[in-house]
Design a protein around this ligand. Structure first.
Ligand SMILES: [Zn+2]
Ligand SMILES: [Zn+2]
Length: 677
């Protein structure tokens, strides 16, 4: 590319800006170069001063302009800039100088912006000389353009150096904010806040909305509620807290700092709200587990006529990713379709995840089947989804197809998902094969293969793998082994693993609960009492078991042996009658050594177990045939599992129970989990 020099015979450089002794000073290149695109015969512009002009030569254009004043040139330069044609900007500027016209304070920022867009630092430095020579070095507007140029092309240190040394009127928030914004972009929020404080010290009245938005973003990044509140106060003092931009930034800052209450206070006080305000607030609630609040806001947002976009939808979908909220999820899916909202891959992934977690694997797979651009996340969600819902084989098949049709290397999450699929379908051979494909397996992958081997009764293989990988000191690996012992009813091996766990994690109450239950299961009451004493002496607090069911937008929670509910009498009656009925048909209670709730669930009549109370409550409050959906915080015990299977046949209803391990779809006396959970 040819290079041409600007026509100004500048020989002197202002020593203030380019002293060689200055550290961090931008390096100055004395040879003035700009790319030479100038072929005026091809120079076309589309619009000037607002009217559309097409296919007009600039030469011709300027011949027709009677007054060749700077104002007209500036307009032309701006047109090229708006058209994202920086080369024509510099060409027009050069021509302007050749004609002997002087640039003004509006010309130079535009040409500086063009050199920034071109990524041409030496051109920028040459223009910096023009700024000095034409006497604009104290102009705040021009100076801001230079800060932007140096920040983008030479780094924030160069911008800061220029900001500090340049002699311009600093009673203007633009330059300060530009620099603070650069620090935010460079992930240095503390420096941005520092700069904001300096600006306040310099003259508090110069704060504007953009400055506040920038510093609030920095406070959010730093998660500093103290700084955030201080800036909030400054915004109120300046009367800027009512500005919608500032309001949105305040909501987001409080959400980022973890204070949903403060965020909601700002949100409720905002006179003007836009889609961004609503989305930020919904996101805040959902992130903190306030699912119902998030959903309520989403409905209010629609009622207020604010159209939910893909961001709002992605924020609210996690609120529906619970068994209890499957209806809300469908409602939002309907909203997406009715309003023709752009369903990009992120939204569709969130939608599938929601359906998987709310218990509707069929809906998730329908969304997946219709997706045009699936990514690895989409496949991982579905592989995990199928496995959670007792269809591990489908998950393995999906993985196989995905690997065949793609050359991209799969990531650790997807590999863990396929191992989980093998585990849930008890596909030992496939599991071993995929595990051996992992170049450097993480402990999580090892735990999954151990769980699979143990579940299949291959304890020797599982132990050999633990030895070989030296992972016997990882709780998750031992728990995987223990699950296998439970499923295979291998009591002796189970006890050894529990003892190892107690040794490895002496402060984890759950391990002693397991031990105590093991003794209870073997009717070794003395030993069981000793372990329970240990739990008490060490002041350990085992987790309590809870189950909940949502009916008519209200969540009903039950603990083990709960009698606090006004209708608990009928709840127990229903269960006792059902138990009698199924016992008459041959149902028998068994023992389970890995119950969690030591004091209560061990007393082995399942009628008092929380999930059964919740199911019984569901029977009273729903119509016949209606599916019952319950969630439990701990693993369902085997007695309850057997009992619910029998109930589902007796009452001819589908009962879905979500526990931390998987979804149990009970129907006609069978469970989708295949007895392994
Ligand atoms: Zn139970
Ligand atoms: Zn099950």
């Amino acid at each position: 590319m040819d290079a041409i020099a600007f026509p100004s015979p500048f020989s002197q450089i202002h020593p203030l800006f380019f002293s060689a002794s200055q550290e961090n000073a931008p390096r100055y290149h004395p040879v003035s170069m700009i790319p030479n695109p100038i072929d005026f015969s091809r120079f076309k512009c589309c619009s000037i001063t607002g009217s559309k002009l097409t296919q007009v030569d600039t030469d011709q254009l300027f011949d027709e302009i009677p007054l060749r004043d700077t104002f007209t040139w500036n307009k032309l330069i701006q047109t090229h800039l708006t058209n994202e044609d920086p080369i024509q900007v510099t060409a027009t500027y050069q021509r302007m100088l050749l004609l002997g016209l002087k640039p003004d304070r509006r010309t130079l920022p535009r040409v500086l912006a063009a050199s920034r867009l071109l990524g041409n630092l030496s051109l920028g430095k040459q223009l910096h000389c023009h700024v000095i020579k034409f006497g604009f070095f104290s102009d705040a507007y021009v100076t801001s353009s230079l800060i932007e140029l140096y920040g983008q092309l030479e780094g924030v240190h160069a911008a800061k150096w220029y900001f500090r040394t340049a002699k311009f009127d600093k009673n203007n928030a633009v330059a300060w904010t530009l620099l603070a914004g650069m620090y935010v972009k460079k992930n240095k929020p503390e420096l941005a806040i520092d700069l904001f404080n300096q600006m306040i010290d310099h003259g508090g009245k110069i704060v504007d909305a953009v400055a506040l938005v920038t510093v609030l973003a920095a406070c959010g990044m730093l998660k500093s509620l103290r700084e955030g509140r201080r800036v909030h106060q400054i915004a109120m003092d300046c009367g800027l807290d009512c500005d919608v931009l500032v309001g949105n930034a305040l909501v987001k800052m409080y959400v980022d700092c973890g204070s949903v209450k403060d965020a909601r206070g700002v949100f409720d006080g905002m006179r003007c709200k836009d889609g961004i305000s609503w989305t930020a607030m919904i996101n805040g609630h959902v992130k903190k587990g306030g699912f119902n609040e998030g959903l309520k806001l989403f409905r209010l947002m629609n009622r207020d006529g604010i159209k939910a976009d893909a961001f709002a939808i992605s924020s609210v979908l996690p609120a529906c990713a619970r068994v209890a909220a499957h209806k809300n999820g469908k409602e939002i899916h309907g909203h997406l379709i009715r309003n023709a909202i752009d369903m990009n891959v992120t939204v569709l992934n969130a939608l599938m995840d929601m359906y998987v977690k709310s218990g509707s694997i069929e809906y998730a797979s329908r969304v997946f089947a219709r997706m045009k651009d699936k990514d690895f996340i989409s496949c991982t969600i579905m592989i995990l989804g199928y496995s959670l819902h007792g269809q591990g084989m489908v998950g393995v098949e999906l993985y196989r197809e995905m690997v065949e049709n793609s050359r991209v290397e799969v990531d650790h999450m997807t590999l863990a998902a396929v191992l989980y699929a093998c585990y849930s379908a008890c596909m030992v051979q496939e599991g071993r094969y995929y595990f051996n494909c992992i170049r450097s397996p993480k402990v999580a992958h090892c735990a999954l293969i151990v769980a699979l081997l143990a579940r299949a009764g291959l304890f020797d293989d599982a132990k050999a793998l633990i030895e070989e990988r030296k992972i016997s000191r990882h709780g998750e690996v031992l728990r995987a082994l223990l699950d296998g012992c439970r499923i295979q009813q291998n009591f002796n091996a189970g006890k050894k693993v529990i003892e190892q766990l107690c040794d490895l994690e002496p402060l984890n109450a759950e391990n002693y609960v397991l031990l105590s239950n093991w003794y209870a299961c073997h009717e070794e009451w003395d030993m069981m009492n000793k372990v329970r004493e240990t739990i008490r002496d060490m002041d350990l607090k085992p987790r309590k078991a809870y189950s909940w069911i949502e009916l008519k937008n209200k969540v009903h929670v039950f603990s083990t042996g709960d009698v606090s509910h006004p209708r608990s009498g009928s709840l127990y009656n229903i269960l006792q009658n059902l138990l009698k009925n199924v016992e008459a048909e041959g149902f028998r209670l068994t023992s389970d050594f890995s119950l969690h709730d030591v004091d209560e669930e061990r007393e082995c009549n399942p009628c008092g177990h929380s999930e059964l109370l919740a199911i019984s409550f569901g029977f009273i409050n729903t119509v016949a045939q209606q599916q019952i959906r319950v969630t439990k915080n701990l693993r369902v015990c085997s007695n309850c599992h057997e009992f619910v299977k029998a109930i589902s046949k007796k009452v001819e209803r589908e009962i879905v129970v979500r526990d931390p391990n998987c979804f149990h779809h009970f129907k006609d006396g069978f469970c989708s989990c295949g007895e392994c959970w």
